[in-house]
Design a protein around this ligand. Sequence first.
Ligand code: SF4
Length: 403
Amino acid sequence: MVSVLSAMEKSNVKAHAMLGASSSHRWLNCTPSAMAESVYPDSESDFAREGTLAHALAAKRLKTHFGRSTKDEETEIAELSERYLTGEMEEHVEGYCNFVLQRYREARERARRTHGCEPEIRIEARLDYSDWVEDGFGTGDALIIGGGMMEIIDLKYGKGVEVNAENNTQMMLYALGAGAAYDYAFDIDVVRMTIYQPRIGNLSSWEIPADELTRWAREELTPLAMLAAKGKGARQSGEWCRFCRAKGDCPRLAADSLALFELNSDANGIEIHHLPRILAQLDIMKDWVKAVEERALARALGGERIEGYKLVEGRSVRKITDPQGAAAALLAAGAEPDEVWRPRELRSLTELERTFGKKGFAAACGKYVEKPKGKPTLTVESDRRKALDPADTFAYLDLAVPE
Ligand code: SF4
């Protein structure tokens, strides 16, 4: 894999860290978005910290297996475990590590068959793809190279969005970084990218010949990265807007959302062949509406005046500051214990599975669980759930009545 940026081109690309691999789907589709986003703070959510812990646990386990230092992981694990560690997480991390080791064994087998050298495995490897995107780098969760193939495995601990490996630009950027570092030592013909997303049972793999990946980088990636680095190109709205930090202020998304609303303001009059586009846009619009409200509040809190609106204190709910003290006072005043205390209540299924792990919970009390039919829901064709046959939906009719 050969770098395609000349020294002059490199000097023109001022990408900095804003052209990250995880947001690449967005800045490749809407090149000005990376610069537009860069003025908004990038806060770390609880979900992100939970993911960090799962990655640290997995890296520690794999590095220990291969006799490597786990000093970096120890610090993160110590900081995050008390708040985020659950039995469910331990189960998923174990499943992921077993999967990586299985893939490593397969690479050894391939190498043995082709009389190649022993495969290399890297855990939490820094992958530098700056040959194609200036200053571009990321971290690969597991990288296995040998037997003519390079495989990058990414652990996705989130469960909100199912991630597909096919044409996944984040993985393709990591693969370019890995290729730049290791291609000289191992003849890499094929690159395999794998997403392991255990909380929704998603395992997705995709292969691409190494020279095709390089062609994509040269012909598509680098020209768009150069535009993105300068904030140039036309804004394009689409599903990639969902996690764009600029969406609350974005004129393109606003114009597209409002145009769609104006064209289809009579919900009963929408023709069925228009629905696919409208339904796809609705999810983005919901996120946009929320982002506009959040931005408006932030601006008002920052002292800007919004005509016709004012800041007020939100509704708040009274709370008992000392439950034990309040109970003692009521009992002392003659109340019966049942009038004061609620009966003990079983924790929710989700909470129990988080604490004991899915397998641990199922082994102990799976026989007490049943799953009733869910309401019919309209979703995209690619959703993994089995499609309902409209002819069989009689059984669902009661469930389909709006509440
Ligand atoms: S909200 Fe969408 S259209 Fe606007 S900058 Fe972000 S990605 Fe581009």
